[in-house]
Design a protein around this ligand. Structure first.
Ligand SMILES: [Zn+2]
Length: 482
């Protein structure tokens, strides 16, 4: 990218609330249920049906807003956002306009070891829309469109950041941190693949040092963290190219096509909906009690930043390793269960971020679904610490445990992998190696100390890595000095 431009990004994230029932009725919210099996007059927008706010949905939104360091409104209300679309049977969405539940917060992110604060403008509560299902290969060739209203009325939280993000890397870090915070407070399951977390990016470019932001383009339909990164990179390059060629960026909404790897024009801002908002007359305004907010604040679970700081303090982990573990609920849970059994945080972290993560990536398995348990890892770390197996053997033991779920101690026993520290056993192997390698022995005698490395290697080879290297070194030196 050209050095002369700066990218300016603001993010809008929608996260479905983790609640068993919808936000204004008692319909269930289970994902993948038969179409229209989870609906009622309220969420279908039948005349006369009255919404009632689900307290759980409000709590989740407040908890998320608190975790994002927002101020919680004392007085809030719901508004109708009016627009006609087939997936919205009422022709309005219950949302919040001028008085969101949370505002003026922030989220700290870390990109390549550099800390950065992204301000959060607002966190508000609204309802989901339904879903159109086009019968055919795509929307153009479809002969009919069907509506599934199961999603209609599920509680949705919208989190809007200020335009503080300056690169695709920062955008990805922001999303990933936001996800870990929402998961930590249990406000949403944040499954992007099921659409329960979705994001839009507002992207503009400006000459470095400029005071005024460039014309912003809205990017929609971004379905993964990877896609966010690609979409922003593509779009900012497109805008810069356009400006350099003497053109002008127009205010528009673009769609991200992940298969083609490009953004495409969707609608210009002039054609965009001019929503007519007005206060929702069927719901009373929200007066949020301060003592309730304070109680919630006191009962907040430990958030990823605090967790990372604790790991660094308690176990001496490097800050970035601590953050990497703390940001993932799965890794953090595994880490804590492991160190509870074997108190060596540094080793546990090293394995989790090294071999364990590599194996998960290679197999595409989630940690929670893998056969590896904290008991396994702790058992292996104990065997390494006691010198029963070498670090190298541990790697192959780990591989088998990861694949089959067999206990490491059992793998070691069945495959005869325990380290040979027994002096007489080692002496016999060493004697054979010395006899077979007169050259290096003579070299060592002539003062070439490095020749011993070769001999140690031969002993390790003979014992298939099971010899204790420290012992081998000691015995070899003793024999060679005679
Ligand atoms: Zn309903």
């Amino acid at each position: 990218m050209s050095q002369d431009y700066e990218v300016v990004i603001g993010m809008e994230v929608h996260a479905e609330l983790a609640a068993e029932s919808k936000v204004f009725c008692r319909c269930r919210t289970e994902f993948g249920a038969p179409p229209n099996s989870q609906t009622c007059p309220v969420c279908l927008g039948m005349p006369g049906a009255l919404p009632v706010l689900n307290k759980k949905a409000l709590e989740h939104t407040m908890r998320a807003a608190l975790a994002l360091n927002c101020t919680i409104a004392e007085y809030s209300k719901f508004d109708r956002k009016n627009y006609f679309y087939p997936d919205l049977p009422k022709a309005y969405q219950i949302s919040q306009y001028d008085l969101p539940i949370g505002r003026d917060g922030y989220l700290d992110i870390d990109v390549d070891g550099k800390a950065k604060r992204v301000r959060i403008r607002r966190v508000h509560l609204e309802e989901e829309t339904g879903k159109s299902v086009h019968a055919g290969d795509d929307i153009i060739s479809a002969t009919q469109s069907l509506m599934d209203f199961n999603r209609c009325g599920i509680g949705l939280m919208e989190i809007v950041s200020e335009a503080d993000i300056r690169s695709a890397d920062e955008a990805r870090a922001y999303l990933s941190k936001l996800r870990s915070v929402l998961l930590a407070v249990g406000a949403s399951d944040c499954k992007m693949e099921e659409g329960s977390m979705r994001c839009e990016a507002n992207v503009s470019v400006m000459p470095v040092g400029a005071k005024e932001y460039g014309t912003l383009v809205e990017l929609k339909n971004i379905a993964s963290f990877r896609a966010v990164h690609r979409a922003i990179q593509y779009e900012s390059a497109r805008q810069i190219q356009l400006i350099e060629a003497g053109g002008r960026v127009t205010r528009e909404t673009r769609h991200w096509d992940d298969a083609k790897g490009q953004t495409a024009f969707m609608r210009s801002k002039e054609e965009a909906h001019d929503y007519r908002y007005f206060p929702e007359p069927d719901l009373v305004p929200l007066l949020i009690d301060r003592s309730w907010v304070e109680e919630m604040r006191r009962n907040m679970p430990e958030l990823p930043d605090a967790k990372a700081a604790r790991y660094a303090r308690e176990w001496g982990l490097p800050q970035c390793d601590a953050a990497q573990i703390a940001d993932s609920a799965a890794l953090a849970g595994f880490f804590e269960a492991t160190v509870a059994l074997h108190p060596d945080g540094r080793e546990a972290a090293k394995w989790l971020l090294g071999d364990v993560s590599a194996a998960l990536n290679a197999t595409g398995i989630e940690l929670s679904a893998s056969k590896l348990t904290p008991e396994h890892l702790a058992e292996m770390l104990k065997m390494i610490a006691s010198g029963m197996i070498s670090g190298k053997i541990a790697k192959s033991v780990f591989e088998e445990t990861f694949n089959s779920g067999a206990a490491p101690a059992k793998v070691v026993e069945e495959r005869g992998l325990s380290q040979i520290s027994n002096t007489s056993e080692l002496e016999a192997v060493i004697a054979r190696v010395l006899e077979a390698n007169p050259g290096p022995v003579a070299d060592y005698a002539a003062g070439k100390e490095r020749a011993i490395t070769f001999l140690v290697g031969q002993v390790m080879k003979e014992t298939r890595g099971r010899a204790n290297p420290g012992e081998v070194n000691r015995i070899l030196k003793e024999k060679l000095s005679h």
